[in-house]
Write a protein of this length. Sequence first.
Length: 164
Amino acid sequence: MYRIQSALCVFLASVLLLVGCQILENKPTQQAFSTPPTPLISWKDKSAVSVPTSYCWTYENTGTCVDTAAPPEVIAEKKPAAMQVKPGAVITISYDLPPVEKSLSIYQWVGSSQIEQAVENGNQWKAPDQPGWYLYDVRAQWDQGDAGHAFVIEVKSNASSQLL
């Protein structure tokens, strides 16, 4: 009886080990992109134009790191159009290749300082309540690396935002 129990335990342990290895082997991987994905930054039917900032990315066993100037300098050089939003608008960021969970960070640049924004629902944040121009840098991580994109929004007061 003892031999049968021992053989059964060894058999069950072997089956569990093989099944566990098979599960790890079949783990879905992210689709490989040759360059970091570009974010879609949107509010209602509008979208912001973003400019790539620093990133490190691996594709086909080759790693590349690009170090750009800080987002304020990149924006000053490229001059992308600002996305106009209402005060407190909830802005959404999405990618064709979703980033690693909870890796999305949004920073508002004020002069040479960065202020991290509170991310809600994994990919949203609220625009400021005060009218004005605001510069942001969104950063995220993927299995292949990390990347940032800078963009500008213009918050228009309720009186001047009739068309928004």
